[in-house]
Structures are given as C-alpha cells and as structure tokens.
Design a protein around this ligand. Sequence first.
Ligand code: HEM
Length: 228
Amino acid sequence: MSQSKHAIKIWDVPVRLFHWTLLALFAFLFWSGKTGGNAMVWHMYAGYAVLALVIFRVLWGFAGSTHARFASFLAGPRRMFDFARALLSRSPAHSVGHNPLGGWMVVVLLGSLALQASTGLFANDDIATEGPLTALISKELSDRLTTIHRWNFDFLLICAGLHVLAVLFHVFVKKENLVAAMFTGVKKFDGEVVGSKGSAVRFANSWLALGLFVLALVAVYLIVKRPF
Ligand code: HEM
C-alpha cells in the first residue's frame, strides 16, 4: 500500500468504448423494447450488437490490458475481506482497477447481458416480432424464454441501478472520480492504494481488440443468419 497522490492510466480505449457504447445500446434497448411496433426491428439489431460486445468483452477479459483482465479483478475471499475492512474503516482506500465488489458486479452484468441477448434470439411478442431463432423451437419454449427475457431485463435494471449507485458513492463519498476515469482512462486519487499494480500496467494492442471485435461480430452473424 502507498499513501501519496496518484494519477494512473488504467482503462484502455477498448474498455472505454465498450462501456459507453453498451450504455447507449442499453438505453436504446429499454426504449425500443417498451415502445414495440416498428421499433422492434432496431431493438433486435441493438440486441445483436450487445451480444457482440459481450463476446468481445469476455475475450478481452483474457487477452486485454492488465485491468481489463478477469484475473486482475476477480478477487478471492481474502481480498474481499481486506476490501470490506477498508470500506468500513475511516481512512479511504482505493483500488487501482475494479474493486473486488465491482469486479464481481462486472461478471453479473456481463452474464445477465448475455442471458438477455441470447433469450431475445428465441423470443416472440405474440404479434409480429420474433427472434431469428424462434422458428427452431416450440412455441411453448419460446414463450418461456420470452418470460425470462422480460424478467431478466428487470434484474438488469436493478443491477445497473446498483452499479450507478456504487459509482456515485465512490464519486461523492470516497472522492474518487470513476466516471471521469471511464472517459479518460486515468484514475486520480489520494491516500492508500489497495492491491497497487499501478506501476505494472500493461496495455494490449488496440488492433488486437479490433480483431477480436470483428471475430465477435462474425460469431453473432453466424448465429443469427445460420448460413450453413
Ligand atoms: C450513467 C450510467 C453509468 C455510469 C455513470 C457508469 C459508470 C461506470 C464506471 C465509472 C465504471 C468503472 C468502475 C470502476 O472503476 O471499477 C463502469 C464499469 C462498468 N459498467 Fe458502467 N456505468 C453506467 C451504466 C452502465 C450500464 C447501464 C451497464 C450495463 C447494463 C454498465 C456496465 C458496466 C460494465 C460491464 C463495467 C465494467 C467495464 C469493463 O471492465 O469492461 N454500466 N461503469
């Protein structure tokens, strides 16, 4: 742990683009899903885009920069305990990348986004819209997956709400501007740093990210269009 002023570049461009594109798509999916009708065509395209983003983010979680990797932010019980103790203590302690709780929240968000996008592929609205794979399964199963698609969206809204509240807690209580960091990539803070890896951040090549994203797009195309 160290105690001085810090300004550490942690988020690479792919993670930042991933995040803000995801937020825009999430807002659009909310609106288009509630609106229905003609908006459903675009709802489906936005859903495919989210699926591609999630596949990309999982790949980037293994191949990306230091703080994008799952191995750097999925904490075991020991780190969770240290973090909870630091959170309850008066002295502010800052994590360089995702904090241990935030790290697991990333997994929950990605998992439930994946569930949302994949159930959408099999869903139907009993009127004019059905997912590109709905015809492959029975109506009964499609109805069940549609119900999961609806319930899981409420779950996602709750998780996204908790996520934003946690970010606001960091901004206003811990005086750590995480939102600016998600835009600029640079996290600034005073005080103790928990699990400092700041000096050893390794940034992966953005061309690799582009290649992985194209791979994710091709995977989604193959799933949706089933050309073979
Ligand atoms: C106004 C709304 C939002 C703000 C201000 C915001 C802000 C942030 C910030 C600051 C982080 C980095 C947290 C850290 O430093 O550990 C983050 C990460 C993340 N957020 Fe959000 N967020 C918003 C909405 C959303 C929504 C709606 C979703 C998904 C449904 C989402 C999914 C994620 C994910 C998956 C990460 C991890 C990023 C990564 O490691 O690739 N966020 N968000």
